[in-house]
Design a protein around this ligand. Structure first.
Ligand code: MN
Length: 239
């Protein structure tokens, strides 16, 4: 059983190189995979499954052609991915966090933003953005208006991120330990921070391993599990 884990592509219609990179990745790294997991932020912004833009349609089409099983988790930028997207791509939407079995071991999957507990501004905004009321109201607007609002919000968020300390943008040890203990796992796979690495954490009765996936600019770090073997790999699409 081969599983491939990626995240944080931040696909954007203004950067077609990333779309090509994904196509190349699926062809070269996933052709013999049984399952592909996209752990959030596939898109720089997803503002509704009714997105008519050519770029978005092309991604949906690309994913729908996959022969392996596809699992997708919301990131902080594409949490409006919904039923229609899943139907059209054949993806199964995973809750954040989700526990899956790899071999006979439970493994925790998450996008990772919920572990960044020092980012108080974002943690305060998150429940509002994720509320049914906000989402219903937003999705009722016509697509052009949604595009405008999304652009404004991204501008705001960029400004704020530039002023935030490096430490604030990373996960906290406490949040990671809590999630791993609560879910009784030894391994956690997540993205979001764009700091690919394997970290060791001292849990109550064991050593926990945390696999952090990379973003895609200008190359990416992704995880492959083959049966019970874990391998963090680099994919350089410019090579
Ligand atoms: Mn993210």
């Amino acid at each position: 059983m081969k599983r491939v884990f990626i995240s944080d592509l931040h696909l954007d219609e203004n950067e077609s190189v990333l779309r090509d990179a994904l196509a190349h990745f699926l062809k070269t790294q996933c052709s013999d995979a049984d399952e592909l997991y996209i752990l959030g932020d596939l898109f720089e912004a997803w503002i509704g499954d009714d997105d008519p833009r050519e770029h978005s349609r092309a991604i949906v089409h690309m994913l729908s052609a996959l022969t392996c099983s596809l699992f997708i988790m919301h990131g902080n930028r594409d949490f409006l991915i919904g039923d229609q997207f899943c139907r059209e791509t054949g993806a199964k939407l995973l809750k954040d966090p989700t526990v899956i079995s790899i071999g006979d071991e439970n493994v925790l999957l998450s996008h990772g933003d919920s572990f960044c507990t020092l980012d108080l501004g974002y943690q305060k905004l998150k429940p509002i953005l994720r509320s049914k009321e906000f989402q219903r109201e937003f999705l009722q607007k016509d697509f052009k208006e949604r595009e405008l609002i999304s652009k404004q919000m991204r501008g705001e968020s960029k400004k704020q991120t530039e002023n935030k300390d490096e430490e604030i943008m990373d996960v906290t040890h406490d949040a990671v330990l809590l999630a791993m203990e609560q879910n009784q796992v030894r391994r956690l796979i997540h993205g979001h921070t764009h700091r690919p690495a394997i970290h060791e954490h001292r849990l109550k009765d064991r050593v926990g391993l945390r696999y952090v996936l990379g973003d895609w600019r200008p190359s990416t770090t992704f995880l492959v599990t083959e049966d019970t073997n874990y391998d963090l790999r680099n994919f350089n699409y410019n090579a």
